[in-house]
Design a binder for this molecule. Structure first.
Ligand code: DAH
Length: 344
């Protein structure tokens, strides 16, 4: 019994002095002391040699010893796990650049729309918006296109079958009417928005696209004001070298009407495929608001005059970035969209 006690003390000292830095050393400890052929099992086997009267006390001693070894093993295990974690942390190189988050980019149509709006903002135009589902009056009739007017055929309209008076607006000119009807003059607005036409989708046409409409109504507004305003816009949008020209045209809601071309941004006017060898590309329609349109909105056409213009944002975007296919704008292809970074 004395001998067993002494023996256990020696083992305890040995065990207390053990360190296990690695997984292998920890495993070696487990095998040596707690394994099937380990020390604890071996000295438990000694019980059979203990005299009967000492058995109870020896049993207690050995049990305590077993618990002591198991506690030590747990302690070593915890220490080695913490150690591994701290070694891992040391291996981290915090000076390495991280993986950048994908921030996304603004859609090219939004970039150009914002740029157009901000140019006109500087001239005192404020943004006005209207509904995409419009009624016949605001989209057609008030704009001097009564029923059966041939000009309605210029725009293939989507009708909402439930109510034939409702349509998807074919242009943002409808917002002009809504704003003029409010009766607050003078009026200087810019109206960006989505429009819809029943067209076959191709590289040059889509069933939905975006327009910006402009309208200025006050006393003594002239065609010269219209030209100067649009000239300023072109210079700001495309640069000081770009030239403009106006060609007579027809729109039911303006009189006189014009279309405006700019000198080709690709060839500078020499003639290329983009301008079809003419040196010019058309970018918008415009004119002096027709007196009938003013009267339709309750505005005295003897007192007030005004100009209006409308342009396709996709077209301006295609010219700005040299995009050749309109469909790219609505396909959500990240490889296309990632290439646009707003500069303004
Ligand atoms: N609404 C016309 C279209 O969609 C564009 C337009 C032309 C608007 C002349 C105007 C304008 O305000 O004066 O084709």
């Amino acid at each position: 019994m004395e001998q067993l006690l002494q023996q256990i003390d020696i083992y305890k000292t040995e065990i207390n002095g053990t360190i296990a830095n690695t997984k292998d050393e920890l495993e070696a400890f487990r095998i040596k002391y707690l394994g099937t052929k380990g020390l604890v099992k071996t000295i438990m086997g000694e019980m059979k040699n203990v005299a009967a009267e000492n058995k109870k006390q020896a049993g207690q001693l050995l049990n305590e010893f077993k618990i002591f070894v198991e506690d030590k093993f747990d302690e070593l295990k915890n220490a080695s796990e913490n150690g591994a974690a701290s070694i891992k942390a040391q291996e981290l190189d915090l000076s390495l650049p991280g993986t950048a988050d994908n921030m996304g980019t603004r859609h090219p149509i939004s970039i150009i729309q914002n740029k157009i709006v901000s140019i006109f903002n500087r001239l005192g135009f404020s943004v006005a918006e209207g509904p995409e589902i419009e009624d016949d009056w605001h989209n057609f009739t008030a704009l001097n296109m009564p029923e059966n007017h041939t000009a309605r055929d210029m725009q293939d309209t989507f009708y909402i079958l439930k109510n034939p008076d409702w349509i998807l607006r074919t242009h943002t000119s409808s917002v002009q009417i809504r704003e003029m009807e409010k009766g607050k003059l003078p009026l200087r607005i810019i109206c960006p928005g989505r429009v819809f036409r029943n067209e076959t989708i191709s590289a040059r046409a889509h069933c939905f696209f975006n327009q910006v409409e402009g309208l200025y109504i006050a006393e003594n507004v002239s065609f010269a004001d219209l030209k100067q305003t649009l000239y300023f816009f072109v210079q700001e949008m495309f640069g000081a070298d770009v030239k403009v020209r106006f060609r007579p045209s027809y729109f039911p809601f303006t009189e006189p009407s014009a279309e405006m071309d700019i000198s080709c941004l690709i060839c500078g006017g020499k003639g290329c495929n983009v301008c079809k060898k003419t040196g010019w590309v058309e970018i918008l329609g415009c004119g002096m608001v027709h007196p009938k349109v003013l009267e339709n909105c309750g505005i005295d056409s003897n007192k007030y005059t005004g100009f209006a213009f409308g342009m396709g944002i996709e077209r301006i975007t295609m010219l700005s970035y040299q995009v050749k296919d309109l469909r790219l704008f609505s396909e959500n292809d990240i490889r296309f969209l990632n290439q646009f970074i707003a500069v303004t």
